[in-house]
Design a binder for this molecule. Structure first.
Ligand SMILES: NC(=O)c1ccc[n+]([C@@H]2O[C@H](COP(=O)([O-])OP(=O)(O)OC[C@H]3O[C@@H](n4cnc5c(N)ncnc54)[C@H](OP(=O)(O)O)[C@@H]3O)[C@@H](O)[C@H]2O)c1
Length: 318
């Protein structure tokens, strides 16, 4: 039976907490500065803290850190020895032209993770020479092989998601999830039909970058007395420019008021807002260390009131 604080991945019967953990930064040097901003020890502590808080749903991908993310996650799983739910992704690169490419990539992911099966195997993005039907047929084959328990897509539009759902249905396999960018600062899924399609088809919307890559923790606010340097190429992303961050101040003020009245942080409020938005949403914030993992875990176990939820919603532009 599903408990109040749990969510099901689509209609698969796989039950996850309302908050997952994204592990792109685990082993990724180029974007996230692994090795300088966080170390292998930081990751071990973060992993353990997640499990201690009941967060046992981890999202990785074959391309994160060139495979390092899967490898590190696998090491953590073996070291702690506690049951977890693993999501990973196939990268449909232009050089990958047949369904065998997916099955080979899956084997390589299983090897890096050191497990016999992946709970949720997703297509990382829709742009590829392989058409959606072929990819879904390959996913179905992966399920039949027993190496994958459930399948999902990522960055799919509502239309393409419907096509994927329909093709999988021919194999009697439900589409479990569509993983898309969704945060208080990026509410596109509410406008482009993806959230509606997830509700209608009983597909989980896995919300990536739910903290807008750190912005929604409030630590990069322009009004902060202490300036925290941004690791990696984020400083070149338009959302991180000083002008854009200045425009976010009214939202941060509302979030800070709600957070302090509840003894929560701005980041916890940002994650709770997504969880409260719809029962089909599971955000997967990244955490580089123990402190971040603990703070993010504090986004569950409570709920914004309707009034707080609306106040925050109204403070962001749709
Ligand atoms: N499917 C896709 O195409 C796709 C794309 C992007 C991401 N994803 C998935 O979504 C996951 C999460 O997205 P994301 O990593 O892009 O962004 P995010 O979760 O919005 O932000 C993560 C970053 O924010 C900072 N942070 C996190 N918790 C914090 C806390 N409590 N206090 C202060 N800072 C904190 C850390 O960076 P700093 O400490 O350096 O600020 C951390 O690396 C990824 O790990 C990945 O699994 C999927």
């Amino acid at each position: 039976m599903i408990q109040l604080d749990q969510r099901q991945l689509g209609t698969t019967g796989i039950v996850v907490p309302p908050l997952g953990v994204g592990v792109w930064s685990w082993g990724d040097t180029g974007f996230w500065g692994y090795g300088s901003s966080h170390t292998r020890d930081d990751i071990s502590l973060a992993y353990k803290a997640c499990l201690d808080a009941g967060l046992n749903f981890f999202d990785t991908a074959e391309i994160y850190g060139g495979g390092e993310s899967e490898r590190i996650l696998g090491e953590c799983i073996r070291k702690e020895g506690r049951p977890v739910i693993i999501a990973s992704k196939f990268a449909p690169l232009p050089t990958r032209l047949s369904r065998h490419a997916l099955l080979n990539a899956l084997d390589a992911s299983l090897e890096r993770l050191g497990v016999g099966a992946i709970d949720l195997y997703q297509i990382h993005w829709p742009y590829t020479f392989l058409n959606t039907n072929s990819l879904m047929d390959a996913l179905a084959q992966a399920v039949r092989s027993g190496k994958v328990r459930a399948v999902g897509v990522s960055n799919y539009s509502a239309a393409r998601m419907r096509q994927a759902h329909a093709r999988l249905a021919r194999h009697d396999i439900p589409l479990a999830s569509n993983q898309v960018h969704y945060s208080l600062l990026h509410r596109k899924p509410e406008k482009n039909g993806v959230l509606d399609a997830c509700r209608e088809l009983n597909v989980t919307l896995i919300a990536y970058s739910p903290l807008e890559q750190g912005l929604l923790t409030g630590k990069y606010r322009v009004t902060n007395a202490q300036v925290i340097p941004m690791v990696g190429p984020r400083r070149f992303i338009p959302a991180f420019s000083a002008a854009r961050r200045r425009k976010m101040e009214p939202l941060f003020e509302v979030m800070a008021t709600v957070a302090s009245a509840r003894d929560k942080t701005i980041g916890q409020v940002a994650l709770n807002w997504l969880i409260a938005k719809d029962a089909c949403i599971v955000p997967i914030p990244g955490a580089k260390n123990l402190r971040q993992a603990r703070e993010n875990a504090g986004a569950i176990g409570w709920r914004l009131t309707d009034e707080e939820f609306t106040k925050i919603s109204n403070a962001t532009a749709l």
